[in-house]
Design a binder for this molecule. Structure first.
Ligand code: MN
Length: 490
């Protein structure tokens, strides 16, 4: 939860200017943290910690930050000049996200009042450059945000970075529960789980489907009644086939019980391993996603983990974040778009209207007709994100998209669906996505931006590829070639 995290405000200075200046710096830093918290644009609290003047003070605050679970990152700033050699030991040990806020206390230069005392107290332009050099010299991942600290736009940018940093904390503690393996013969859903744990912190492990069935058998009718009430409060119930809906409730309760028992926030399953189950979980997976859990179909643990992470980053926003799959194109001149869906499991957080529970046969998986939620996605700007394993490294691909109102009713399509135009256009967008090796499974989010994914990838130290309005296949090919060389040298 975002409210469980705080960010530590560490201000750089030195003894050169005397105790009065240091007292002023500390008082102003504390005031800035308080006012930024009160302005209401930050999702997490800023806590002013120290005006640091020595190597020891900086090393100590970094050590504390590394071990405090509440601290999701450091925000640094230099009101005065803070010689950066005293930051080296601390920054070299830093294990938390790091943002350099390049700002200054006062907004304007006071024409009549400016003298050398003012200059020595208000020299962020000077101090922040010395501070920036050492992070560049250390090759540290960090985000630099410049502007006056009272500006709403700056505070909102800082807030968006905080959400990306919370995504880092969430990732480093994430556990993914796998029921069954990846779908047979599929390449893009595979990956190096050891590398994923080293780089991203994910614990990805398997549990037997047979155990899930045992837990399902222990679910009581009263528990299913309560889950049915929860469905009724959010979704439109069908007139018949309620047994199918009740079976999904049983599955949902059991999956959640196993995940919560192990502290998992994401899961995968596959239609090829439904041992002892009468239905592929459809409604069950969809409702779990609506409650913040990550999901990936066909054993795709990477997309499941990413769904959970983007949901954590977008907490409290209401556009929606979902497991998605590119399915079919509408390749008509002037109205070209992509149709995204899945055989069942699209998160209802994207829904334009109240989702309907429907029961239809499923051609795949050789089981009973499963209950699922059917709805249209709402219009708006969004991103699709795919994490692929390039062998030796992970690549995060992010594409800007524009979701459009439903262009046709498709009355015989019994699944949730979203239509969008990828940037820079349908054809070029497809060319770029395929050139980069992006998967058919993605996380679609209206709540998280490409800029936040760039920050997250930088903090996790993985490759990032962005496909947006300005991207051309030619430039992208060149970028991928150069990045491939660079990543082999790291
Ligand atoms: Mn799929």
């Amino acid at each position: 939860m975002l409210k469980d995290y705080e960010f530590w405000f560490v201000v750089g200075s030195q003894f050169l200017y005397g105790p009065a200046v240091l007292e002023t710096v500390a008082a102003r830093a504390s005031e800035m943290a308080r006012q930024m918290n009160d302005a209401g644009h930050l999702p997490c609290k800023i806590v002013y910690k120290v005006t640091a003047k020595t190597n020891q003070e900086i090393t100590e605050i970094v050590r504390e930050a590394n071990y405090d679970d509440r601290c999701a990152g450091l925000i640094t700033w230099c009101h005065t000049f803070s010689p950066s050699k005293m930051w080296i030991n601390g920054l070299a040990a830093l294990r938390k996200p790091y943002c350099h806020l390049a700002t200054q206390y006062g907004e304007a230069i006071p024409n009549e009042d400016i003298d050398m005392d003012f200059m020595n107290l208000n020299q962020s332009a000077h101090g922040d450059r010395e501070h920036g050099f050492i992070a560049a010299r250390l090759r540290m991942p960090r985000n630099v945000i410049a502007g006056h600290w009272k500006e709403e736009t700056l505070q909102k940018r800082l807030g968006e970075w905080m959400r990306a940093a919370v995504g880092v904390a969430f990732s480093r503690n994430l556990k993914v529960m796998r029921f069954g393996d990846n779908m047979r013969e599929v390449a893009v859903t595979e990956g190096d789980k050891v590398e994923a744990q080293i780089k991203l912190g994910w614990q990805v492990n398997t549990w037997p489907v047979g155990t899930l069935v045992e837990v399902m058998d222990q679910v009581t009718e009263a528990e299913i009644d309560a889950q049915m009430d929860a469905y009724r409060s959010r979704y439109t119930m069908p007139a018949d086939h309620l047994d199918s809906v009740r079976y999904q409730a049983r599955e949902e309760i059991a999956i959640r019980r196993m995940m919560d028992g192990e502290g998992c926030q994401a899961f995968t399953n596959t239609f090829q391993d439904l041992y002892g189950m009468r239905q592929l979980p459809g409604l069950a997976s969809q409702d779990l996603m609506a409650n913040g859990y990550g999901y990936g179909g066909e054993g795709d643990w990477k997309v499941s983990a990413m769904t959970a992470i983007l949901k954590a980053m977008g907490e409290g926003k209401y556009g929606g974040t979902a497991f998605m799959e590119d399915y079919t194109y509408h390749m008509v001149q002037g109205e070209a778009f992509s149709l995204g869906a899945h055989m069942l499991e699209v998160c209802p957080s994207l829904a334009a209207d109240r989702p309907r529970i429907e029961v239809h046969p499923l051609g795949i998986g050789d089981r009973e007709a499963p209950a699922r939620l059917v709805f249209e996605g709402h219009p708006g700007k969004a991103i699709v994100v795919s994490l692929v394993d390039m062998g030796g490294r992970m690549r995060l691909i992010c594409q800007d998209i524009e979701c459009i109102p439903p262009a046709m009713s498709m009355p015989n399509l019994p699944v949730a669906r979203v239509m969008w135009r990828p940037e820079p256009s349908l054809a070029t967008g497809i060319e770029c996505w395929i050139t980069a090796g992006g998967a058919h499974h993605t996380v679609l989010s209206y709540d998280v931006t490409a800029e936040q994914m760039r920050q997250w990838a930088a903090m996790m130290e993985i490759e990032y590829v962005h496909i947006g309005r300005e991207t051309t296949p030619e430039a992208l090919e060149e970028e991928l070639f150069l990045k491939d060389l660079a990543w082999k040298l790291r």
